[in-house]
Design a protein around this ligand. Sequence first.
Ligand SMILES: [Zn+2]
Length: 213
Amino acid sequence: MIIESTLRPENALSRTTVNAGDHYIGTVKRGQTLRILDLEGNQAADTLFFSADDTSERYSAMDTVREQGAVYLTAGTTLMSSEGRAMLTISADTCGRHDTLGGACASESNTVRYDLEKRHMHSCRDNWMQAIANHPEFGLTKRDITHNINFFMNVPVTADGGLTFEDGISAPGKYVEMVAEMDVIVLVSNCPQLNNPCNGYNPTPIELLVWDS
Ligand SMILES: [Zn+2]
């Protein structure tokens, strides 16, 4: 569902560019709005959310899909936690839909799916591991890296239940925006994948903007 935001970038509390293939970790407080902006289009932003008060409570794809009765994420979706609580609500979306079924790339999956020679290519899982290693103050460990959201990624579910990674439906300047329902830690891998069309074979920067309530 396409819903445009009324928030203006010049009024944002913070604006952070995440370079192609890079990562981000930070906190968004309850009531604040987070926008993920696809600057150049067709860029997957692999994202995890954790409760800032207790990181054992985290984003749950299963609870989110069940509660809304639909597999794609878009405006109106409430992102649910592993404790069945609302973490964030998507308030605006100019892309139209986002994936939470396809998972994130890793050196292991790159090796299995593509080639042994792809094992050393940078991946979303490596990105997340690097972010939590560089920022131990968030208290996250390897065990916290679980199933995620792929903002802007196009993973259509076929009529007979199949999943495929397809060319993106995002474009330059498209964004998704969400209001935090609790204080959350945001962990983003700006996907470095080069072996499938999730980034149009050309990873590009994204921007994260936060507004106060
Ligand atoms: Zn990736």
